[in-house]
Design a protein around this ligand. Structure first.
Ligand SMILES: Cc1cc2nc3c(=O)[nH]c(=O)nc-3n(C[C@H](O)[C@H](O)[C@H](O)COP(=O)(O)OP(=O)(O)OC[C@H]3O[C@@H](n4cnc5c(N)ncnc54)[C@H](O)[C@@H]3O)c2cc1C
Length: 395
């Protein structure tokens, strides 16, 4: 049995960030992942400029394409191209990004073990945790961080409420060995309202385009593969050429949920921190990994009796944006036409969208700055949700 001060389960962006930051505060940290690295994960790999700014190092090494604009389409609306004239999103492949982030954690002193699936966790009477892996190895630590993603086991073992799996997405890669088409250079294509509760996307990478569709699980889920094929065909491409087609849940936070108790905390997708409007989750994964590190260190040093500071930090820094995003998502999907028109034609709305992506202002700050929307978003979202539930059934 090996002993550490902290064990982080899951080496996605959330886990590698938390492990790195806790280790850099002087603690012994074990980072475990069930997959053999480098590993891929169903994801568009879009890292917003807002997210990239959270890393204390440059991620250029794993960036395959820089996005500065968007081609926005929607049913019954024209196709409009908008430019930000500045980077919005860095396109990466998760296989490379996550391995790169793990290396940064190892440089900070983290011990990393891949191909190490966690099968059982027990909490001892002294408050420490025993973590047993599939290969029989057992490790102990006083602090345990659950970063094991959408279908994670840490929360389940320790009695946390599971996030809502309200949305789901499917993606695959189309090879363009001679380079991606010129019209997609520096741009993403977003087909808004393609599916109830979601959209379709084209993300340009180095030698391929990532094609994806997502939406509410109960309506979009059964139709995802057909929708992905039809979406691919709509660009004149053959869906049979899609490589590595994979889908995954997009876990969303339940209101008022508790994400830490004693020496354990859930971060990233394991905590349900996916942005409800965009389906983007890497930013909150990294932000939650950062947010947990100081409370974990204080707990390990005996300064605090638990990691409650993490919940407070999330409520201050991450959750207000998710709540605002959820409100906007509800209203958008109930009344898509004016939103699509505004995204395509209003300079103010386009600048606000760019601000949310590139980091000037989060959703909450944008909503607050609009004045009337700040007061009406919550009741409007309630009505909007009722409308979409009446139309598509309960989520
Ligand atoms: C189709 C799709 C497209 C997406 N596109 C984007 C996008 O372009 N941009 C964006 O920001 N977000 C996107 N997201 C969301 C994003 O992928 C997630 O929010 C993000 O990966 C969350 O990071 P994480 O570190 O919390 O979890 P993950 O990245 O899921 O990492 C969890 C890790 O835990 C490991 N693990 C699981 N169980 C165990 C176990 N029992 N023992 C040990 N290890 C375990 C897994 O192997 C995995 O490596 C997309 C999601 C989907 C489904």
């Amino acid at each position: 049995m090996t002993e550490y001060e902290a064990i982080v389960i899951g080496a996605g962006p959330a886990g590698s960030t938390a492990a790195r930051e806790i280790a850099s505060r002087g603690h012994s940290v074990l980072l475990l992942d069930r997959a053999s690295f480098p590993r891929d994960k169903p994801c568009g790999g879009g890292v917003t400029v807002r997210c990239a700014a959270l890393f204390p190092f440059d991620i250029t090494h794993v960036v395959e394409h820089v996005v500065t604009g968007a081609i926005l389409s929607a049913p019954n609306a024209p196709v409009v191209t908008r430019e930000a004239h500045a980077p919005l999103t860095y396109m990466t492949q998760r296989r490379r990004l996550d391995a790169f982030l793990v290396e940064r954690a190892q440089e900070a002193g983290v011990e990393f073990r891949d191909a190490h699936a966690v099968r059982a966790i027990t909490e001892r009477a002294d408050g420490a945790f025993e973590v047993r892996a599939a290969n029989g190895d057992t490790h102990t630590a006083r602090a345990l961080i659950g970063a094991d993603g959408a279908n994670g086991v840490v929360g389940t073992f320790l009695g946390f409420e599971h996030p809502a799996d309200a949305a789901v997405a499917l993606e695959g890669n189309l090879r363009f060995p001679d380079g991606i088409p010129q019209w997609l250079h520096g741009r993403v294509a977003l087909s808004l309202g393609l599916m109830p509760g979601g959209y379709g996307w084209l993300f340009p990478k180095g030698d391929h385009i990532n094609v994806g569709v997502g939406g509410w699980k109960h309506v979009a889920g059964p139709r995802l593969r057909a929708a992905l094929d039809a979406y691919t065909r709509s660009y004149g491409w053959n869906p049979d050429d899609l490589d590595a087609v994979r889908g995954h849940n997009l876990p969303m936070l339940r209101a008022g949920v508790v994400l830490t108790a004693r020496g354990v905390a859930l971060i990233g997708d394991a905590a349900g921190l996916v942005d409800p409007l965009s389906g983007e989750g890497i930013t909150a994964a990294v932000a939650s990994g950062l947010a947990v590190s100081s409370p974990a260190s204080d707990y390990l040093r005996g300064v605090t009796p638990d990691m409650r500071g993490y919940q407070l930090a999330l409520e201050r820094e991450v959750i207000p944006d998710l709540v605002a995003s959820r409100g906007l998502m509800e209203v958008f999907h109930a009344y898509p036409a004016p939103f699509v028109w505004a995204a395509q034609h209003s300079g103010r709305v386009w600048r606000a969208m760019c601000g949310a992506i590139s980091g000037g202002k989060g959703y909450d700050a944008i909503v607050q700055s609009t004045g009337p929307l700040a007061h009406t978003l919550a009741p409007l979202a309630k009505v909007a949700r009722r409308l979409t539930v009446a139309k598509y059934g309960p989520r």
